[in-house]
Every structure is written in C-alpha cells, then in structure tokens.
Design a protein around this ligand. Sequence first.
Ligand code: ATP
Ligand code: MG
Length: 239
Amino acid sequence: MLLEVKNLNTFYGLSHVLQNISLTVDRGEIVALLGRNGMGKSTTLKSIMGLAKPRSGKVVYGGLNLAGKPPYKIAQAGLGFIPEDRRIFNNLTVLENLNMGAKNQGGNAGSTGQNRWNLERVFATFPWMKDRIAQSGQFLSGGEQQMLAIGRALMGNPELLLVDEPTEGLAPLIVKQVRDVLKEINQAGMTILLVEHNYKVATSLANRVYLMGKARIGFEGTVQELESKPDVKQDFLEV
Ligand SMILES: Nc1ncnc2c1ncn2[C@@H]1O[C@H](COP(=O)(O)OP(=O)(O)OP(=O)(O)O)[C@@H](O)[C@H]1O
Ligand SMILES: [Mg+2]
C-alpha cells in the first residue's frame, strides 16, 4: 500500500467537513474519488497534502504518518498536488512555470534514473509546450493551463499525484486529451488519486472508486462493482 488515509477528520471553523474518511491507494493504481458538489473531495486532497489541517486521523505514506505536517514536507515525502484552480502563474512563462515545479529534483524518493521527469520528458509528453516556452501563462487556453499544471507537477517527480478536477470547464476534445495524458503518465509508472466530475473519464481511468456523500465515504469498490449498482450511482452521483 502506498497511501493509507485512516479516519481523517477535518473542520472549517465549526463545520465538520471530513468525517472519518478512510481510503487507500496502491502503487501503480488510479483511484477515483467522486461525489456531488461540496461533499468534501477537494478537502480530502488538501488534508492529505497538508493544505488543510486534519484534526485527527492518519495519512500514512511510506511508513510515516504525515497528517498535520506542512505541505513542503509532504511534497518531499513524494506527493504532488494539482489543485482545482490549476494555479498557473500568469506573469511567468511556460518554462518558468515548469521550473517552479522542479524544486524537488533530486529530492524525492519517487521516480529514479531513467524514469525521472525533466523538461525533455515533459516536452515529449506535451510537444506543443516546447515551441511556447517563452509564452506567458496568462495567454494559455484552459486546456493548455491544465496541461502545464500537470507538467509542472511532474517536474517535482512525485510518486503519488493528487489531481483535483483536471477536466473541469474544458471542451470535449480537450477533456479527452487530458484524460489520455493521465492514462499515459500512469502507464509510465505514476500513481494517481483523482477527483473528477466527469464519470466517464473517471471510470475509464480508475481501477477503484470511492464515492463521497456529505463529509463521508459512502461506497468503495471497483468500477465493475459500481457499474452493477445503479442505486448507489443515483445516491452519490449526478449520473
Ligand atoms: N476554505 C473553506 N472555508 C470554509 N468552508 C469551506 C472551505 N472550503 C470548502 N468549504 C466547505 O467545505 C465543504 C466541502 O468542500 P469541498 O471543496 O471539499 O467539496 P468538493 O467535494 O470538492 O466540491 P466541488 O465538487 O464543488 O469541488 C463544502 O460545504 C464547502 O462549502
Ligand atoms: Mg472540489
């Protein structure tokens, strides 16, 4: 097991937005965390990454409990995070944005040797970027910004990538491109915990799925198990 989240509880003020969240991710998997708006999916990723502070529970990674550690320590341990809003630096170029992600080069336990991510490998995955390294972030389309956010996260050589809603707001053709890139980097060895609204995208990528109801996990199982339970889909999803 690469990541084990156990009984995580997170509050925003008085509001108890994560209630005993438990989930696991094995090496090499894509695990999807799905659910309607406001259920706590992003907060789950933020709590794992140290961007929201869990009040109790464990985030066990590489044998260590990282819960409550600062985000930079959690990144050093091998986790990468692509937030919902992508956080591309508008006033930095494509190259500068990528280099911002490279701060962990040499530091992470993640990919080693040939398998390490660097500029060359990012450009091989996203050929358009190479011709546009000098372009400023603000002139990229939504899809390009998402690709850049993925490339930047890869530059940090995480072992486990947390990705929040990567296809949100993108045109269908671009949704497919982002989906295919996630598939490709997973096949190249990246483990992914994916929060996604697009059910088709999520289930075409993931081997296992967790469904979130309000602040809690309501279902866990394989995509096949979920597909055989239309009532569960109806309860937890907009499908
Ligand atoms: N910074 C914050 N301060 C206070 N409440 C928050 C904050 N961020 C989120 N919340 C609330 O916490 C709950 C969980 O939010 P979260 O963003 O984790 O949900 P989500 O499942 O990611 O939703 P969405 O699908 O809309 O992205 C919601 O009720 C939300 O309004
Ligand atoms: Mg969210």
